[in-house]
Write a protein that binds this ligand. Sequence first.
Ligand code: ADP
Length: 312
Amino acid sequence: MSTSPQPPAIEIRGLTKSYGDTVALRGVDLTLQEGQFYGLLGPNGAGKSTTINILTGLVRREGGTSTVFGRDTEKDFRFTRAQIGIAAQELSVDWFFPLERLLRFQAGYYGIPYAQARPRIEMLLKKLGLWGKRTEKLRNLSGGMKRRFQLAKALVHDPKIIILDEPTAGVDVELRRELWDYLRELHSEGKTILLTTHYIEEAELLCETVSIIDNGKVIKKGTPRDLIRNLGTAGMTVHLNGWDDNLNELLKEYTFTREEYRLHFSIQHPEEAMPRIITILARHGCTIQSVKTNQSTLEDVFISLTGKGINE
Ligand code: ADP
């Protein structure tokens, strides 16, 4: 194992920010090692965009530190900004230009000569299914195409870190899958990806690590699996062919409701609880007709942590 101390791709410590009386960040910590696929999950107003905007130099932090590959995002702005490609939520000034030209501008912004940028622009437009639209103005594209264009724009200078702010908001299911596939491909090439989303499914499918942010603070961090395992509750329905009131006592440590011979359990740590419940029932001589389970999702975790759904 290598012991050389590689600085993390992104490291944020105690980040704070207010806009007037509104406190947006109350001490956010976040570390992304190079090559990680990381999700920042939180409801509207949680502080996701502010965090990202500080990383890319769009917003000035108040307190705390933010570094990219060990270098300060304010003092070393040119270096750190060049490491990041960002697909933001909105495009403002780009509407009236053809796609290919916009990507050329973007390459120019990073000092990449056109001769060098051209094959990459062609590759990206083809890869993202936009080659046929390269002379179209951005405003004439569909919503899904605009999203893909944002990704192309983020990737023009071949950054090591890709930040995606709600990449699939408002995108139809099929395109969402295509974008996911492409993000997985970028991840397999070793890119570091930071994704904000309030599609829990997206975070669960793509991200290795997730931080849940609420009200300007990271309230939980872990792999989606661990978060679900540690915090989620799962449901299990056991259908018996009879009922005996003694079972109330035997099952008293579990939360369940009964509809005649059907028992609906709500359990934490399902891996341990499910076999134990079945064992108790079987030892008591119950005949089990069927067992159905429903696994909890990150959405359940989110609700149990914040007391609200992510889209509320
Ligand atoms: P998210 O991206 O998670 O929706 P934001 O970082 O956009 O959250 O917002 C965090 C908080 O800061 C919210 O209360 C939001 O209203 C406020 N906020 C964000 N940007 C501004 C701004 N430019 N001026 C005033 N308040 C802002």
